[in-house]
Structures are given as C-alpha cells and as structure tokens.
Design a binder for this molecule. Structure first.
Ligand code: SF4
Ligand code: SF4
Length: 292
C-alpha cells in the first residue's frame, strides 16, 4: 500500500479500485465468533467480544447519513466474525463499498443473495482447525466466490507453532490456484508458556523469515518508522465496537457518537500521532513520513 502524499487526498480507495470514495473507515462491526481458535487474541472461548451498543436500524441510519454527507466510503468490516451478518453488510453496501475480514465459514448462498459483488472484497483467513487442516475445501470455496464475481485477492494464515510443518504446503496450494498469501506473526498469544511474538524460538523465526512480509522488524513487531504525522482523522477514521467514530482503533481519539446520530466532522489536515508502534496495518497508507 503506498504512503500518504498531500497531492493525492486519499490513495487507498483508488488502490482498491473504488476511486469515487473519499473516505476509508474500518468498522469494528462483528462482536461474536464461535470458532474458538487457540490463538485468538480475544481468547479461545466462543465468547462475546464487546456488548453491541447499537442496533441494525441505527447502523443503517448512521451509514445513510454518512453517505448524504460524504458520498460512498470504503468500509472495512472487521471485529470478530462478520460473515454471519451478511444481510446487514449487504444493506450497508447499498451505499458504500467494503472489504470483509472473515474466517470464511459463512454460507456462500447468503453472500450471493445479499451482497453485490462489485462492492465487496473478501479477505478470508485460513484457520486450519475449522477445516480439519485441509486447505482444499477452503480454496474451492474461494474459487467459487470468485466465480460469482467477488474479489478474493489474498488469504491470511497465522504463524501458530504446531502448524509450521504444514504452512509451506498450504501456501503453495493457494498460490497454485492464483490466490496470494499473507502469513503473519501472532501477538499477545501464549503457546506452551511462551508469549508470542517474543516467545518464538530462533528456529521458528528462521522458518518464519521465509513467509512473513518485510514490514516486521527482528522482534516481529511492525518495523519502527520515521512518521511525523498521520492522516487518520482527516482522510480516514474508524467506527469502534461501541458505535463511536474515532480517529483509529488504536488511539480511539473521539470524533462523534456515530450510532447516536451525530454527523462526522473530519479534521482539516493530518495531525501528529505519538503512538510509537502503529498496529493499524490497514492504515499504513495514511502515515506521513519524514523526508529522507
Ligand atoms: S476466527 Fe478469528 S475471531 Fe474467530 S476465534 Fe478464530 S481468530 Fe478469533
Ligand atoms: S495509531 Fe497508527 S493509524 Fe492511528 S493515528 Fe497513530 S499512526 Fe495513525
């Protein structure tokens, strides 16, 4: 993803193929998942993430108001598992465009009935236990979704130590059918008493070096960057799980009670951010870097 330049107000929607959208807004939308992955950052229990403090009706109204104020935006439907709320996703997509981060266990027929393909990009994660460690049915589903006109550019896989012997094979299979793979380290997760990512062994790190992208540093954190400001709040924002509009889900700087009906007012210009390590990977395009 390219970085921010003042000449181009918002490069991210254009990169995603929706240049008509002015704003980019990740939304911590889904508050539930029953997959119980052992490495889930929110814990292995099929538990609730945060109580939802807004209704579908409020969400539809709020996004219609956003459309009236600013036109279509690119949303990122995230949180826990949004794939089980596709009718609401499809309703919001009547006005907007979006990407969905999903464990891919939803019923494809519901997707085909509810969401227009040209408005949605799917970013599925391969959680091996949900597929009995067999990537074939997962990829078959991805190809069927593609056949129906949706974009599935990349699948994600987590660096969970017991899966290391299988990751190269899964990766090769996905690439063989033309799907990119993003293999990523795990954070704030424990494996056999080791807290990841610091707890990855040297041997595991050597293997991971073959898979993970160059945006991570030696300790598998996001590489430190020479950032002087960030355009989150100016060209992008986020909707938190509680329904508030915020600068981003890391700083949570408030920008209005979105689900309560307040209009969003974006800032006139980018502002500095004193967060040392930005974990909002999908906001990289809004970082303003020191000239070198
Ligand atoms: S699918 Fe995602 S949200 Fe659900 S348990 Fe697994 S890691 Fe957590
Ligand atoms: S935490 Fe990251 S996305 Fe949020 S304002 Fe700071 S630099 Fe931007």
């Amino acid at each position: 993803m390219m970085g921010w330049t003042p000449e181009v107000f918002n490069p991210v929607p254009r990169e995603l193929g929706w240049p008509e959208c002015r704003y980019y807004v990740p939304w911590l939308f889904a508050n539930e998942c029953h997959a119980a992955c052992p490495y889930c950052m929110i814990g292995p229990e099929p538990t609730k993430y945060m109580p939802r403090q807004w209704s579908d009706v409020q969400a539809i109204r709020a996004w219609e108001q956003f459309y009236d104020d600013y036109g279509s935006a690119v949303l990122v439907f995230g949180g826990r598992e949004p794939g089980h709320q596709l009718p609401l996703v499809g309703r919001i997509l009547k006005h907007h465009y979006g990407t969905v981060v999903t464990n891919f266990t939803f019923d494809s027929q519901v997707l085909y009935r509810t969401c227009e393909p040209f408005r949605l990009i799917l970013n599925p994660s391969f959680h091996a236990r949900l597929w009995h460690k067999d990537i074939e049915p997962f990829l078959a589903k991805a190809l069927d979704v593609r056949k129906h006109g949706y974009r599935v550019p990349v699948v994600s896989m987590a660096c969970w130590p017991p899966d290391f012997p299988l990751i190269p094979g899964w990766k090769a299979e996905a690439e063989r059918v033309g799907i990119g793979v993003n293999v990523h380290p795990l954070y704030n997760v424990e494996y056999q008493g080791r807290r990841l990512p610091d707890g990855y062994t040297d041997e595991e790190r050597a293997q991971m070096a073959q898979w993970v992208g160059s945006c991570y540093d030696d300790r598998l954190g996001m590489a430190k960057e020479r950032r002087i400001a960030c355009a989150a709040g100016h060209a992008a924002g986020a909707v938190n799980a509680d329904g508030r509009f915020v600068r981003c889900v890391q700083t949570l700087e408030p920008m209005g009670d979105f689900m309560g009906g307040e209009h969003v007012r974006f800032w006139d210009e980018p502002r500095p951010c004193d967060v040392e390590h930005c974990w909002c990977t999908n906001m990289n395009g809004y970082h303003i870097m020191e000239a070198v």
